[in-house]
Design a protein around this ligand. Structure first.
Ligand code: HEC
Ligand code: HEC
Length: 293
């Protein structure tokens, strides 16, 4: 063997030693394994409350989506993983189980909530606790809806009354019953009959209260509706809305439409910056805190 080959071997060995030492250091810094398994379900519970409870309960009945009690025993693990990670892709591929569920749930598709693999695993760990009946499973109780004032709800919707926490009028992005259908409200789906589609005022109220979908969440997390405002807007949407459009409303609508677009652009910039700064896998609660501050 030549000297240079030996030198090279020696260097490789030293390098490998350094890598091992670094790995051992990292390992020591990690929490004990048993502890990690315990906290996975707790992390899953937090994710569930934040991203799923608007549409699902565990053992308290259907909301916008099905009651998830026992679902980890009912469906194969890999199906659940794929579904929770990207329901939109499974619906697009016409997965038969997903398609049947979609029809049973009034054709309201479950949104892609952009969970990473670790988050999906955590939520499944949490859902599995409901099959064994731990008290932690009592999550996502449907809210009792206070009767709202539809007249005030309409004012809030179109922006002639303001939300106390400064949120934009719904009509900046949505139309309902012909209101906002021309010129404004194209960024979000039309909300005519949304109460029927969601299966009732209480389901819609829970949805508006926690706004689980990406755009809605980005706005309403920071400027939540008060319970009274929420009840009023839901009451407005629950009425069969009449189509009406005063002529002078056109400019108003054009302004609102521009406002909606500006908000969306602002949000995407903000999310992008946050991605760059925070990286991918960090606790969501901390993510929110730093995003607010
Ligand atoms: C905006 C409402 C909404 C949100 C938020 C939501 N889901 Fe769903 N989910 C649905 C609907 C509706 C269905 C029924 C299928 C369909 O219509 O797309 C469903 C179906 C499911 C199913 C299949 C149930 C079965 O019987 O097989 C699972 C599992 C599930 N959701 C888990 C979750 C988890 C976990 C979260 C949070 C990370 C979540 N969902 C967030 C609306 C939602
Ligand atoms: C800046 C734009 C914007 C504003 C303002 C806004 N929304 Fe939305 N909304 C959206 C978008 C976009 C969606 C589609 C899902 C997503 O990306 O969040 C949506 C989805 C919804 C849905 C689900 C509809 C469905 O068919 O699945 C409801 C209900 C809803 N919004 C209600 C409201 C209410 C009530 C207000 C006013 C309090 C409001 N939104 C204000 C953009 C907005």
């Amino acid at each position: 063997m030549t000297t240079s080959a030996m030198l090279c071997r020696e260097r490789t060995r030293r390098f490998a030693g350094a890598v091992l030492a670094a790995a051992a250091g990292l390992w020591a810094a990690l929490p004990p394994v048993a502890d990690a398994a315990g906290t996975e379900a707790a992390t899953g519970q937090r994710i569930f409350q934040e991203k799923c409870a608007a549409c699902h309960t565990i053992g308290k009945g259907d909301l916008v989506g099905p009651d998830l009690k026992g679902v980890t025993a009912q469906r194969p693990r890999d199906w659940l993983e794929r579904w929770i990670a990207a329901p939109d892709e499974m619906l697009a591929k016409r997965d038969p189980v997903a398609t049947a569920l979609l029809h049973r749930f009034r054709d309201v598709p479950m949104p892609n909530l952009h969970l990473d693999a670790a988050e999906v695993a955590a939520v499944l760990a949490y859902l599995a606790t409901s099959t064994t009946g731990t008290p932690a499973a009592a999550a996502g109780a449907p809210a009792v809806v206070a009767a709202g004032d539809p007249e005030n709800g309409k004012k809030l919707f179109v922006g002639s009354a303001r939300f106390r926490n400064g949120g934009p009028p719904c009509m900046a992005c949505h139309s309902a019953g012909g209101i906002g259908a021309l010129g404004g409200g194209q960024l979000g789906p039309d909300l005519t009959n949304v109460v029927q589609r969601f299966g009732g005022a209480s389901a819609l109220s829970v949805f508006v209260g926690s706004s689980p979908t990406p755009t809605m969440n980005a706005i309403w997390l920071r400027a939540p509706l008060t319970p009274g405002e929420r009840a009023d807007v839901v009451a407005f949407l629950a009425q069969a809305p009449v189509s009406e459009r005063p002529v002078q409303a056109i400019w108003h609508l054009a302004g609102l439409s521009a406002l909606g677009l500006a908000i969306l652009l602002g949000i995407s910039g903000w999310i992008w910056r946050r991605r760059l700064r925070d990286g991918v896998r960090r606790p969501m609660i901390a993510g929110q805190r730093s995003a607010r501050g």
